[in-house]
Design a protein around this ligand. Structure first.
Ligand SMILES: Nc1ncnc2c1ncn2[C@@H]1O[C@H](COP(=O)(O)OP(=O)(O)OP(=O)(O)O)[C@@H](O)[C@H]1O
Length: 480
């Protein structure tokens, strides 16, 4: 798992997690000590002197994240990896603000933790800015693993000026992400200036971006500041960058390379103190390959890519998002509504070609139209008008069997909203998977149990027991 080994202190109040993490890190060659509380952690920090600290947030006697600044003041440069079950953008940002080296949402992947530990040991210690406490009212909703990855990237770019390229289908929240990066960073108090390339006539794009001098072209009656100038000290959000004409691309590239620009018709060089965030829903790599987008500009813009998942790819977030939009509609004066379980199930089955924007519009429509306080499945069906049959082909998974199972489970969980499904999920899932597996193996082996057992890699007696348990008739396989 890692080339560099080191001394790792793992702090979690859950003994099972401590054991699993300790064993995984030991297998990777590290020396590991564990602690179950803040008090134990303090003791071990002194006596064990770890190279890396891995800590949970919620500990019985304190908050692991709140302690990070204090730990860093006593142990400067100690990389702290924070594990948290509170998977919000707020936690990811707070972890970065507190000076944590990395943040992993729970449940986390052991390999990922291994990589984070290796990264920490390799000496990439993040600067530990003093941060303020948790920010509320963060605009991005969703706790799916796909959004966790987005939050982690956002958290890493808020405090620097790296150019960010946001990719994602229309309505996935690209502008919202750009605004969050701006608002949360040091440029927050300065202007955020969005420019939509697709909405400006091609011949006016350069003057729109860089401004023009009086008389620069017919109709230019006076000097006008461009968007770069308006965004001074702040952030320029270049939306639909794929629609930028080639000549404007060349000029933009020069500005990004030189850090200054000239207005159209002007000779004076103006310093561009602007953070640039670009976005597109187009396949920009393909545009580069086909010559529609300058490759050098693409690399300049794509310093940090953020790929926003479609709503289909994070369908487990649909319930939380829908409730969020109903709350917003109520705050805007529309009647307050809630969703019943069938309603959420129906939302989960829709394919959402318009992504979060489509969901937002639907919720506003329902808040205005539905008379009952609780919105039902049929009410949603009536609005969606049967646009998404249950077997909608657009809900595909590209992760093979694991991907399909994950998608299935995500939908299943989403159907329960904020509640959990009934206990005993593991057994229920096996009860669904085992029968088709056993039947196919039996039929492939033409009913021969020894052959089927070998195919499955299990013992013949085990196979016989399972066939009985699952009520599968071995003779049926022979006939089939
Ligand atoms: N994660 C999210 N949480 C809450 N609201 C969201 C989220 N993502 C998107 N939205 C909302 O959905 C709407 C569409 O988002 P936004 O305009 O940012 O999408 P976009 O990807 O920039 O779309 P386009 O490509 O069409 O410009 C907005 O009203 C935004 O507030």
């Amino acid at each position: 798992m890692s080339a560099v080994s080191g001394r790792i202190l793992v702090v979690d109040d859950d003994a099972a997690i401590r054991t699993v993490v300790r064993e995984a890190l030991r297998r990777a060659g590290h020396v590991v000590e564990t602690a179950g509380s803040v008090a134990d952690m303090r003791r071990s920090l002194g006596s064990f002197a770890p190279d890396v600290l891995v800590t949970d947030v919620m500990l019985p006697d304190g908050d692991g994240l709140d302690l990070v600044p204090e730990i860093l003041s006593r142990h400067p440069g100690l990389p702290v990896i924070v594990l948290s079950a509170r998977n919000t953008l707020a936690t990811a940002v707070r972890a970065t603000e507190q000076g944590a080296f990395d943040y992993l949402p729970k449940p986390f992947d052991l390999e990922e933790l291994g990589r984070a530990v290796s990264g920490a040991l390799a000496g990439r210690v993040a600067a530990n800015d003093e941060g303020e406490s948790e920010r509320h009212d963060l605009p991005l909703i969703g706790r799916s693993p796909a959004m966790q990855a987005v939050y982690r990237t956002i958290a890493r770019v808020v405090s620097n000026d790296l150019t960010v390229l946001i990719l994602g289908e229309s309505g996935t929240g690209k502008e919202l992400v750009a605004r969050a990066i701006h608002d949360l960073g040091p440029r927050g108090p300065k202007p955020f200036v969005p420019v939509n390339m697709a909405a400006i006539p091609r011949e006016l794009i350069e003057s729109e971006l860089f401004g023009h001098e009086r008389g620069a072209f017919t109709g230019a009656a006076q000097r006008t500041a461009g968007r770069f100038e308006q965004a001074a000290g702040g952030t320029l959000f270049l939306d639909e960058i794929g629609d930028m004409p080639l000549e404007a691309q060349t000029r933009l590239l020069r500005v990004l390379q030189e850090g200054e620009f000239t207005t159209v018709g002007g000779a004076r060089h103006i310093k561009a103190d602007v953070r640039v965030i670009a976005a597109t829903h187009k396949d920009i790599e393909r545009m580069v390959a086909e010559g529609g987008f300058r490759e050098d500009l693409y690399y300049r813009l794509n310093v940090v890519p953020v790929r926003l998942p479609s709503l289909r790819q994070r369908i487990e977030d649909v319930g939380e998002l829908a409730r969020h939009f109903l709350d917003r509609a109520a705050n805007d004066g529309l009647p307050r509504k809630s969703l019943d379980e069938a309603a959420v199930q129906r939302l989960v089955r829709h394919t959402w070609p318009g992504n979060v924007r489509e969901l937002e519009n639907l919720m506003r429509r329902l808040a205005a139209l539905v008379r009952e306080d609780r919105i039902s499945g049929p009410a949603i069906e009536a609005q969606l008008g049967g646009t998404a049959p249950e077997s909608a082909p657009a809900i595909e998974s590209d992760g093979g069997l694991a991907g399909s199972v994950e998608l299935h489970l995500a939908r299943y969980f989403a159907g329960f909203g904020r509640d959990l499904p009934p206990d005993g999920l593991y057994e229920r899932l096996l009860a669904e998977i085992e029968p088709p597996l056993l039947k196919i193996a039996m039929s492939a082996a033409k009913g021969n149990q020894i052959r089927a057992a070998r195919l499955l890699g299990i013992n013949r007696n085990t196979l016989r027991k399972k066939l009985t348990e699952r009520g599968i008739d071995p003779a049926a396989a022979r006939r089939g």
